[in-house]
Design a protein around this ligand. Structure first.
Ligand code: RIB
Ligand code: CA
Length: 320
């Protein structure tokens, strides 16, 4: 029995790895990807996604969504990710996204799946929030929404308080957490920082795999590795691919709990902060937050995937 899903993505670095997981994991029935403004320039994200399809030698419909957050200017993470693909480029002739808007596609795909569609949101939540605004019952039509975002009573990354996806569009995040979805949250800290960082030893093992997928992984993660090490993170971070992994392989989750998650939208100091309140605060839970994973199992899952043999139809070249 395969798992129908859509990945909503701001395709750069680990988003590419997450899309590979959706394309190549046997249990996955990846119906589409939807693009949202986030990490790097929107059109660059589209190219990064097409290059991900190319290295997998497999593609799904791509729908373009919001090029801006709901009410705020776009905030870039190009200082972290560079172009999001380590300078890779290729001939994009013939690759084109669908004409249907991503929000309409999300609404249609949910309706067509008759309550069985899962969504993995690994960028700012602008598209998901717009779908809720267009159809309030959208949340009840989605089986499970996995959200990469926020930190569980721990440090942010773009500010001390906020994780990037929620910082870029805090209004969208608030709409989504208030909408009634069944939500599972993959937080930045402590979970990602403690259990989903690949150190240089693991990166060397990946490089030694020497498949097109492994070489692509090394390239798209290279810019972020340099940034991570410059800020004291000892390797590449993989919250997005973990978000797809926990949907497809829920046995990777070894501890989670119910929280009330609410997003700061009023303060500039703590914009995008995700207050994750547990039972004692008397707030009704609206999300399951993952607290611990089988880190070795996750690592094996990704390295097994990168070991797959694919024949990219197009040659990559290094831009420049
Ligand atoms: O804060 C980490 C998140 O922000 C990841 O999804 C990364 O791709 C960026 O979008
Ligand atoms: Ca992302």
């Amino acid at each position: 029995m395969t798992i129908p899903l859509v990945i909503d993505t701001d395709t750069a670095q680990d988003d590419c790895v997450a899309i590979l997981a959706g394309l190549l994991t046997p249990e996955a029935d990846l119906r589409a990807i939807t693009m949202v403004a986030g990490n790097v320039g929107f059109d660059r994200q589209v190219k990064n996604a097409f290059m991900t399809f190319n290295v997998a030698d497999k593609q799904v419909p791509m729908y373009l969504g919001s090029r801006l957050p709901l009410v705020r200017p776009w905030a870039s993470a190009e200082n972290v990710h560079g172009d999001g693909a380590g300078g890779l480029d290729m001939d994009f002739t013939g690759y084109s996204p669908e004409t249907e808007h991503a929000v309409d596609a999300l609404l249609r795909l949910a309706e067509e799946a008759e309550g069985e569609l899962n969504i993995v949101a690994i960028g700012p939540l602008t598209n998901i929030a717009l779908a809720v605004r267009k159809r309030p019952e959208f949340a009840s039509q989605v089986k499970h929404l996995v959200v990469m975002g926020g930190s569980n009573n721990a440090r942010g990354n773009i500010t001390a308080a906020a994780e990037f996806n929620f910082y870029v569009d805090p209004e969208a995040a608030k709409i989504v957490f208030d909408a009634g979805f069944r939500i599972t949250v993959v937080p930045w800290a402590p979970l990602t920082l403690q259990q989903a960082v690949f150190g240089r030893d693991v990166l060397e093992r990946i490089a030694a795999i020497d498949t097109p997928l492994a070489r692509f992984f090394t390239s798209v993660c290279s810019a972020t590795l340099a940034f991570d090490e410059s800020v004291g993170i000892p390797g590449t971070t993989h919250p997005d691919s973990l978000s797809v992994a926990v949907l497809l392989r829920p046995e990777l989750i070894t501890r989670s709990a119910e929280y009330n998650v609410d997003i700061e939208t009023g303060s500039e100091l703590t914009r995008g902060y995700a207050a994750m309140s547990w039972g004692v605060h008397g707030l009704a839970p609206n999300a399951t937050v993952i607290e611990e994973i089988d880190a070795a199992g996750f690592q094996k899952y990704l390295l097994d995937m990168l070991s797959l043999s694919t024949t990219p139809p197009r040659e990559f070249r290094t831009a420049g």
